[in-house]
Design a protein around this ligand. Sequence first.
Ligand SMILES: [Zn+2]
Length: 302
Amino acid sequence: MKRAGKWRKPFCLLLLFTILLCGTAAFLHKGEWWFPILYRLETREELSLVAASPPLSHCTLWTQEALLEQDNVRATRNLMLVNAEHPLPEDYEAELVLYRGAQMHPLMRDDYIRLRDEIQRETGVRMYVVSDYRTSEEQQEILNKSEAGIAAKVGCSEHEAGLALDVYAPHFDGMELLDSLSGRMLSRLCCKHGYIIRYPAGKEEITGISYEPWHLRYVGRPHAALITESGLTMEEYLEHLEVGQWYRTEEYLIARLPQDRLLIPDGWERCELSPDNMGNVTVTLRYADAQTLSNLLRNRSN
Ligand SMILES: [Zn+2]
């Protein structure tokens, strides 16, 4: 008995050491299981947006046509929701530009290049596009080859909209992307460049799609940061934006407005209009700086 007791302590220490070593190795090298948990813990589940009431005396009622004729107004598709409940309009035509063999919406290209270059600077690894714009025939082919419930139905894929990119790092694609530093960095850096991980872990019931750390959706600024920092999905984000209500974050004002009632505050430097694919127009106004916007909201003209 005495002899057995003598070895118990070193044996326990060795066992503990082995468990710690295996745990650390798994933690460092198999990002797939721990990264989504850690990533989720970093989010706040609330938006850095406050409701704002611009004074009516400093607002103008526009038609979309008249607004789009103004300088610094851009028609985008950044906030167009595309999912099983909100398919692409029948007459939808993707606007596309070709970059190194990948077709994407023209407004996404420069930000994609910036994102890819930043990841390469940080990790020394270059990321590549594996799937870009798809025709409905190509989406049907993918659907035919996939297990039921994995691929989006024809007309319901962001790839058909030309607004999404699937990316990979050499030797790491699909879920293995999270085993690479560059893949994990993609999740953290993409929002800085206007992209979101569109199908996050733990939100499958809302998006209808399982976790895809490789699928990037372009939503532009400041929406990408708001969505990513809050941990909300695009569905939840748009639902949060009550139609007709303005919201403020830093130097931006954001609203979802009925198409026929674009009552818009004055004094902005840039204005972006995007359909939400639910019958409304999302308006994103950027002011010169946060102070200029505060002055407007306090009903003081500059
Ligand atoms: Zn995809």
